[in-house]
Design a protein around this ligand. Structure first.
Ligand SMILES: [Zn+2]
Length: 107
């Protein structure tokens, strides 16, 4: 069994803190991107685009592939949006991307 000297353990703790800070920062940036929040919902013309766009976007934390768990129509903060609930296949982070249906032609 390996016993870590306290200084190395402290170093590991410092690294873990650093990592957590980095993840928080990346989460913050991801929310600022289009589709990161209901207010920033990505405009789409057809609900089918949700799956295409969501599947083409890599995980902002690790660059892994995001898997679509659920595609739902929701009303958030008074805005009707399509929500793609995603999970990263690499780091397992759950993520939501928001879309707004626009330019629907009425026949
Ligand atoms: Zn990931």
């Amino acid at each position: 069994m390996t016993r870590w000297p306290s200084s190395r353990r402290a170093l590991r703790r410092a690294r873990a803190r650093e990592q957590a800070k980095l993840v928080r920062e990346q989460e913050r940036l991801a929310r600022l991107e289009p589709g990161g929040t209901p207010e920033r919902a990505l405009p789409i013309e057809s609900p089918a685009e949700v799956e295409v766009i969501a599947g083409a976007t890599p995980c902002p934390l690790c660059g892994g592939t995001l898997r679509l768990v659920e595609h739902a129509a929701e009303v958030l903060a008074g805005i009707r949006v399509r929500v793609a609930h995603l999970t990263c296949t690499r780091c397992g982070t759950a993520r939501a991307r928001y879309f707004r249906l626009v330019g629907q032609t009425v026949h």
